[in-house]
Design a protein around this ligand. Structure first.
Ligand code: F1P
Length: 346
C-alpha cells in the first residue's frame, strides 16, 4: 500500500495525483453509472469500491463478474463508465468483457497491477496499483493496493463533483496515509493468528460475515481460505445469515466476523449473539477499544481503528494471514495452490 500511495497522495495538503484517470475526470464526474468488471479477488475490491464511490461521489455503481458479463447482452448507455480491475492484467474473461463494453461505446478505465499488460493496453486510461509482483498465486497485496487506488480515485472525484466536503476529504486523505503504518501493526499479530490457525485448521467448513464496507471483506476472507487451505468457506452479508446460512451453525462451525467499529457495529454484535446462541464458534476481527465484542467471541483479533471507508484495507489483512497459516499448518504449498493459475488466460 505504501508503494501504491507514494508520490500520489500528499495527505497534509490534500493533493492526490492520478494523471491517467484525471484525463477522463469530466466524463467520470458526469457519468450516469459506473460499471465495475472483474474476477475473483479483484471483483471483491470492486464491491468495496461500490460502497465507497456511491458514498463519496453519489454515482450509481454496478459490480459485475466479468466471467458473466461477457455472456450477457449488457445494456450500456452513453455516459456509462467501465472500471476493469485486474491484478495480472491478463484475465481472459475481463478482457472479453472490456471488448464487449467498448463495442457499445463505453469508456474503459483499467486498475491493473502489471504494467503494459493486455488489460492496461485495452483500456482508454487508468491507474497502476504498483503493488509489485504477487509471489503467490492467490491475490493478497494486490487487493489492498486496488482498494487504495479506488479510494484515491473516489476521493478526487467526490471533491471535484462537489459530493464530498473538503473537511471530510482531508480527513479521509489522512486516514488513507495512515494505513501502511496500521498494516504494520496488524502484521505483528502473526504469531497470534498462527495459533488461531492451529486451533481451527481441522474445520470442514467456515462462515465469514460482515456488513457494509466489511461485507466484501467477508467474501474475500472466505475466498482466501478456500484458495489456499482448501477448507470450504462461505462469505455472506451478516444480515443475510438468517435467510439460510444460519441452518449450518453447529458447535463445529467457525464463524469469522469482520466486526470493526463502524456505523453498523451494533447490528453485527447482535448477529454474533445469534451465532453464540446456536453454539457456533465465533472468531471476531475487532477494533482496539471495543469492550463488548470480546465478551461474546471465542477468539478475537484486535486491529487499529480506522474510518469505515478505509477500514477494509486493514480488516482483510488478518483474514489473509489466517488463510495463510491454516494452509501452512495443513502442509500445503500456499504459493502454488492446486488447480489455480496466476493469470487465468483461457
Ligand atoms: C483474478 C483471480 C485472482 C485469484 C487467482 C485467479 O485475477 O481470480 O483474484 O486470486 O489468482 O485469478 P486478476 O484478474 O485479478 O489477475
Amino acid at each position: 500500500i505504501y508503494d501504491c500511495l507514494r508520490g500520489r497522495l500528499d495527505a497534509e495538503n490534500g493533493n492526490i495525483t492520478m494523471s491517467g484517470i484525471q484525463k477522463y475526470a469530466e466524463q467520470i464526474i458526469n457519468a450516469n453509472r459506473i460499471i465495475i468488471i472483474a474476477c475473483g479477488t479483484s471483483w471483491h475490491a470492486g464491491l468495496v469500491a461500490e460502497y465507497v464511490i456511491e458514498e463519496l461521489c453519489r454515482i450509481p455503481v454496478e459490480v459485475e463478474y466479468a466471467s458473466e458479463f461477457r455472456y450477457r447482452n449488457p445494456i450500456i448507455h452513453k455516459g456509462d463508465v467501465i472500471i476493469a480491475i485486474s491484478q495480472s492484467g491478463e484475465t481472459a474473461d475481463t478482457l472479453v468483457a472490456i471488448e464487449k463494453a467498448k463495442e457499445q461505446g463505453a469508456i474503459i478505465l483499467g486498475i491493473v497491477n502489471a504494467v503494459g499488460s493486455s488489460i492496461a493496453r485495452a483500456s482508454h486510461a487508468g491507474a497502476y496499483t504498483h503493488a509489485g509482483p504477487e509471489i503467490g498465486v492467490a491475490s493478497t497485496k494486490a487487493f489492498t493496493a486496488q482498494l487504495a487506488v479506488l479510494t484515491m480515485a473516489a476521493l478526487t472525484l467526490g471533491l471535484q463533483k462537489g459530493t464530498l466536503e473538503r473537511d471530510k476529504y482531508l480527513l479521509l486523505c489522512k486516514e488513507l496515509a495512515a494505513i501502511p503504518e496500521k498494516v504494520d501493526v496488524i502484521l505483528k499479530l502473526d504469531s497470534q493468528i498462527k495459533a488461531l490457525a492451529e486451533k481451527y485448521k481441522d474445520a470442514a467448513d467456515a462462515l465469514f460475515l460482515g456488513r457494509g464496507y466489511n461485507f466484501p471483506v467477508a467474501l474475500e476472507g472466505a475466498l482466501k481460505l478456500k484458495e489456499i487451505s482448501y477448507i470450504h468457506a462461505e462469505g455472506y452479508p451478516a444480515a443475510e445469515m438468517k435467510h439460510g446460512p444460519i441452518a449450518l451453525v453447529t458447535e463445529q462451525l467457525p464463524v469469522v466476523f469482520v466486526a470493526t467499529k463502524d456505523s453498523y457495529h451494533e447490528k453485527v454484535v447482535s448477529n454474533m449473539q445469534e451465532i453464540k446462541a446456536r453454539k457456533g464458534k465465533v472468531i471476531a476481527v475487532i477494533t482496539e477499544g471495543d469492550t463488548v465484542t470480546p465478551t461474546l467471541a471465542d477468539d478475537i483479533i484486535v486491529i487499529p481503528p480506522a474510518h469505515e471507508v478505509v477500514a477494509p484495507m486493514l480488516s482483510v489483512v488478518p483474514l489473509q494471514l489466517l488463510a495463510y497459516h491454516v494452509g501452512v499448518a495443513k502442509g500445503y504449498d500456499v504459493d502454488k495452490p492446486r488447480n489455480l493459475a496466476k493469470s487465468v488466460t483461457v
